[in-house]
Design a protein around this ligand. Structure first.
Ligand code: FAD
Ligand code: DLZ
Ligand code: SF4
Length: 507
């Protein structure tokens, strides 16, 4: 008899572990444990989603004839870590081997590979996670062929490999990337589809109660929980997105609107990351919508690029560069994360809106994460370790393999440009162009150094001044430095920015 341990982000019926094992003989282990629930202060909705999806998944496995040993969360249990549960089960029902599918996070994978077999006195057999288009080994081979590891070139290879939106080896529409067509602002039309909210069943309600009781100190509101916690509901979420949002996904991908939390985005990342959906079926559905004439090419290409391109690429970078990647800090940043990242209380409307969305739903769309909360952390020099912990804690879709490269690479430029050829730094001008936040804000987006000036403005130029040695020679930033050279009020900008940073919690 063999054990198969299935983790909270491996809830897929075609998981390598399940394909490998035999339901007539082997035993599946699943456990809700303190260590996984508290290695960062996860948003209560993230914990509720994972526990409830785990419980539903275990029930489905049992209905299919699998023997499942399930450990529900208990605060004072001697089972605090996943290994503790395997150990207890091994004493009750000795197995010959423990089978596991490769973990999403280095922390746990490293522990399993290096310690579990000797600690458990049990061989551990680790299978590749085949839910992705590109394995870490394939990514390494790709990376060995390139001097700079740009997502765009990786993405083109993945398009050729999978055949998505390809015709006779050429991209449909003769263009690989329609990003430049995807930057419209949204001012009320087309109307926004109502987000799909799922009715809670008894398992969801029990878990929500448990999370409320056991994790009261974790920031975030669990009362609004309405995520799908079964595969069948996650498939409904996918259908809802394809039918209602996908046609406009491309046009408004970069837009931000006061009071609107997800616009035309898919809200599918929590399901993709915990296993309720797999990337291939999501991309297949999007491509089919193009071929049936339901959605235009710029939307479908833009959407598939996020999954086939960005999602696979950041995972490749993660496994290529860990564990060193986690401590990158090329800009030598050390400022404390401002308190408002945890309280949500700030006068800056753009930031307050992102925090509201984050704490109410365990969600913010990409541009909110990158160009608002991320941009502010970049401009104000926050310690990468503090901001990476924040992003890992507050989103329902957050797992280190995807969160870390996005935070350290894309947002903080901490990896020195491995992931992004220039920092995604922006002043209030960009935020005003892409959103209507500034209309609702007490700060003045038009000025730089007045008492009520938009903080992003002076911080933006101060960032360029502080890091001139690193960025002036960057060919993609030449225009910015030409503009900087023409500024008459550089000294006032520096003084104003320094003053803001010294009282950052007051903003
Ligand atoms: P959509 O806009 O509908 O996009 C479709 C899908 O594409 C997403 O579901 C997601 O699977 C994928 N995707 C899009 N952008 C990215 C990206 N940059 N990297 C990887 N996949 C992408 N995504 C996570 O899944 N988990 C994280 O922990 C996470 N942390 C992030 C941290 C920062 C600082 C930033 C800037 C981005 C992060 N992202 C993360 C990427 C992105 O913001 C989310 O995937 C997206 O907002 C999820 O919402 P959605 O499903 O509505 O996405
Ligand atoms: C995120 C998470 C949480 C909150 N709780 C559990 C848990 O109790 N049991 C479990 O198996 N997995 C959980 N997870 C997901 C794991 O943290 C995830 O599998 C690892 O980080 C590896 O990616
Ligand atoms: Fe954000 Fe500045 Fe606009 Fe206020 S004025 S919403 S702080 S960009």
């Amino acid at each position: 008899m063999r054990f198969g341990l299935i983790l909270g982000d491996q809830l897929h019926h075609q998981l390598a572990t399940l394909k490998f094992l035999d339901r007539a003989q082997d035993v599946i282990l699943m456990a809700e444990v303190l260590e996984e629930s508290t290695y960062v202060a996860h948003h209560p909705q993230k914990i509720a989603l994972i526990f409830s999806a785990m419980r539903h998944f275990a029930k489905e496995l049992k209905a299919q004839g699998w023997r499942v040993r399930y450990h529900p969360f208990q605060r004072n249990s001697r089972i605090c870590k996943l290994i503790d549960f395997v150990h207890v089960q091994q004493q009750l029902l000795p197995a010959t081997v423990l089978v596991i599918t490769h973990c999403g996070e280095y922390r746990l994978q490293h522990d399993i590979e290096n310690h579990w077999s000797s600690q458990l006195q049990l061989p551990v057999h680790c299978l590749d996670d085949d839910r992705f288009f590109c394995s870490p080994a394939q990514f390494r081979q790709w990376a060995n062929r390139y001097h700079t590891l740009r997502m765009e070139y990786f993405y083109r290879e993945m398009r050729k490999q999978t055949g998505y939106l390809m015709q006779q080896q050429q991209p449909l529409g003769k263009q690989w990337n329609y990003d430049s067509a995807n930057r419209k602002t949204w001012s009320g039309k087309p109307s926004l589809p109502a987000p799909l909210r799922f009715k809670l069943d008894q398992i969801d309600l029990d878990v929500i109660e448990l999370v409320r009781r056991e994790f009261p100190q974790h920031m975030g509101n669990v009362a609004n929980f309405s995520w799908a916690t079964t595969r069948s509901n996650a498939l409904l979420a996918l259908q809802h997105f394809i039918a209602n949002n996908l046609p406009h996904f491309g046009d408004y991908q970069d837009a931000m609107v006061y009071g609107e939390d997800s616009l035309f985005h898919s809200l599918l990342s929590p399901y993709l990351n915990c296993g309720l959906l797999v990337a291939k079926e999501v991309c297949d559905a999007a491509e089919a919508a193009y071929h049936s004439g339901h959605a235009p090419l710029n939307a479908v290409e833009g959407f598939i690029r996020q999954i086939l391109g960005w999602r696979e690429y950041v995972r490749g970078i993660y496994w290529l560069r860990m564990p060193e990647y986690a401590s990158s800090n090329v800009l030598n940043y050390s400022a404390a994360l401002p308190q408002f990242y945890w309280t949500g209380r700030t006068k800056m409307t753009c930031m307050a809106e992102c925090f509201r969305n984050t704490f109410d739903h365990g969600y913010a769309h990409h541009i909110q994460r990158l160009m608002i909360t991320g941009n502010f952390a970049l401009l104000s020099g926050v310690d990468p370790q503090q901001i990476r912990e924040w992003y890992l804690a507050v989103y329902a879709d957050a797992y280190e393999w995807v969160e870390l490269p996005n935070t350290l690479g894309m947002v903080m430029h901490a990896d020195g440009g491995l992931l992004a050829s220039k920092p995604y730094a922006a002043s209030g001008n960009y935020i005003q162009k892409m959103s209507n936040y500034c209309k609702h804000c007490p700060y003045n987006v038009k000025t730089r150094t007045e008492a009520d000036s938009c903080p992003f403005n002076s911080l933006y130029w101060y960032f360029m001044i502080r890091h001139e040695g690193v960025f002036r020679s960057n060919p993609r930033m030449g225009m910015i430095y030409q503009q900087l050279d023409k500024l008459q009020d550089k000294d006032q900008i520096i003084t104003h920015a320094q003053q803001l940073l010294s009282q950052v919690n007051e903003l």
